[in-house]
Design a protein around this ligand. Structure first.
Ligand SMILES: [Zn+2]
Length: 488
């Protein structure tokens, strides 16, 4: 059997000031896909392992992974679709396909960019090819995605530690279809609500309750179910959470299951709300906390939620409220790196940090800094998420500003793994305060050694204050923008 594998990931933030380009995806084709992803604990790594059988030929089609930014520019998305179509045509004939997408990707002119990619796939393969699709838990699932794939399966964890397992589950389902099982269908129930990711973790809290209720309801007729708390920063019409169920022939039961789970998700909507302290209040609490490091997260500037990463608000607050307290943080400033990258370690200079991209929420901060090192900014994720994935923050510099060790890079950086700092010679355990920029995913990696974790409230394009987000296109009414009744 010849089975095609395809993976394209980006979570779009339509409020981001920076558009996404094709270059951001680092597109790989053919054998390059296998060479790059084999052995990783992400979806394509899982596809490769589950298909590792003597009777199966893995046919790599295309892979791409981009950090969160604004919509993909239209000509670039058109080029991506063309590359996908050409690679897929050259790969025919196929017996089945495994596809890993994020589910919250938008291009200019396509709110449902994954649906558009699946249209390209079906346009080449026709409707009869069995396709199993995986999505991120923050996907904005559409009817079109569910119609174009046989089975849709989402992550079951947040922080996401089951990318690999989601992929192998999808792979096993495809192999059962190819062995003669009836083709399943996926039923979708949207839930008209947007909740902050900061309180959407699956191990405890309201979302854990929804998941455990769904597990208690699952019967043999439901082959798989998924629950999606959509990421909040998409200003598009077909926006909202979702519950879906995959079944071979029990449509009524699948629909009933989705409705019941959606009802509990909806009933708990207010429990997801969050209220965070100001930077000054959080720093005061951190300093008073015994032990170290205390981890402060400025999620409103999270690069994995589409913020540019250019906030220097926490640096400003640390220098003012806690001078002399050893701390570290990352921020993005291309101009600052360009200014210092020719310097030797030990050089001292005055430099402006932050405020380069988000002109609404950010202000630059001028500081006196000592250059500690300059590097290419490449690192490999070693924690429990995206394990083994190679990533780059672009050229990077480590600067000492007062008691704060500042990591500055040219590109946005994934802030969930302490390897971000360790790869640049900064040890978080040696700091009293570590600032990260992540909604929730950092918890898995920092919880084992953090003395305390606090979220911080600053404005930004990935703010958890949903009511403050300037939505214009989402279909109304929707919670929490409107007080509505919903009975699935
Ligand atoms: Zn996610």
């Amino acid at each position: 059997m010849r089975i095609g594998i395809l993976g394209v990931h980006q979570e779009c933030n339509t409020f981001s000031p920076t558009p996404t380009t094709l270059e951001d995806f680092h597109i790989r084709l053919g054998r390059d896909v296998l060479d790059h992803w084999r052995g990783t604990r992400v979806e394509i790594g899982g596809f490769i392992d589950v298909l590792n059988r003597p009777d199966i030929e893995i046919v790599p089609i295309l892979s791409g992974w981009a950090i969160t930014k604004g919509r993909i520019l239209e000509p670039e998305f058109a080029r991506m679709k063309q590359m996908l179509a050409e690679s897929l045509r050259a790969a025919l004939p196929l017996d089945g396909m495994l596809i890993a997408l994020h589910g919250a990707m938008c291009s200019e002119g396509a709110d449902d960019a994954e649906g558009a990619l699946l249209e390209v796939v079906r346009g080449v393969t026709g409707p009869s090819l069995p396709i199993c699709l995986t999505l991120d838990l923050h996907a904005n699932v559409t009817e079109r995605m569910c119609r174009l794939a046989d089975a849709v399966i989402g992550y079951r964890t947040y922080p996401h530690i089951d990318l690999y397992e989601t992929a192998t589950t999808a792979g096993e389902m495809l192999l059962r279809i190819l062995a003669g099982d009836p083709r399943p269908r996926t039923f979708l129930q949207k839930v008209p609500m947007i909740v902050p990711g900061e309180n959407m973790q699956t191990a405890y809290g309201p979302f854990a309750e929804v998941w455990s209720y769904a597990k208690s309801l699952q019967t043999a007729e439901i082959d798989s179910f998924s629950i999606f708390g959509v990421q909040a920063w998409m200003d598009i019409a077909e926006m909202g959470g979702a519950v879906l169920a995959v079944t071979k022939r029990e449509e009524a039961k699948a629909r009933q299951f989705c409705r019941m789970v959606a009802k509990l998700f909806w009933d708990l909507r207010k429990d997801f709300e969050v209220h965070f302290p100001s930077p000054e209040a959080a720093i005061k609490e951190a300093v008073e906390t015994p032990g170290q490091p205390v981890v402060l997260s400025e999620s409103s500037d999270s690069p994995t939620a589409g913020s540019p990463g250019d906030s220097s608000e926490m640096l400003r607050a640390l220098l003012q409220a806690a001078p002399g307290v050893p701390a570290t943080l990352w921020l993005r400033d291309e101009a600052a790196v360009e200014r210092v990258e020719q310097s030797q370690a030990g050089a001292k200079l005055r430099v402006s940090l932050g405020g380069g991209y988000d002109k609404v929420n950010r202000r630059p901060l001028t500081v006196d800094a000592e250059v500690l090192r300059v590097s290419d900014g490449d690192f490999v994720m070693t924690g429990s998420q995206y394990t083994g994935m190679k990533t780059s923050m672009g050229r990077a510099a480590v600067l000492q500003v007062g008691a704060v060790t500042v990591l500055v890079s040219k590109l946005p950086a994934i802030n969930i793994d302490p390897q971000l700092f360790r790869s640049q010679g900064i040890e978080p355990n040696e700091k009293k305060i570590v600032v990260v920029k992540s909604c929730n995913a950092f918890r898995n990696e920092y919880m084992p050694f953090a003395a305390k974790i606090l979220m911080v409230d600053t404005p930004g394009v990935s703010t958890p204050n949903i009511r403050s987000i300037p939505f214009r296109h989402v279909s109304r009414p929707i919670y929490p923008l409107d007080e509505i009744e919903f009975n699935p």
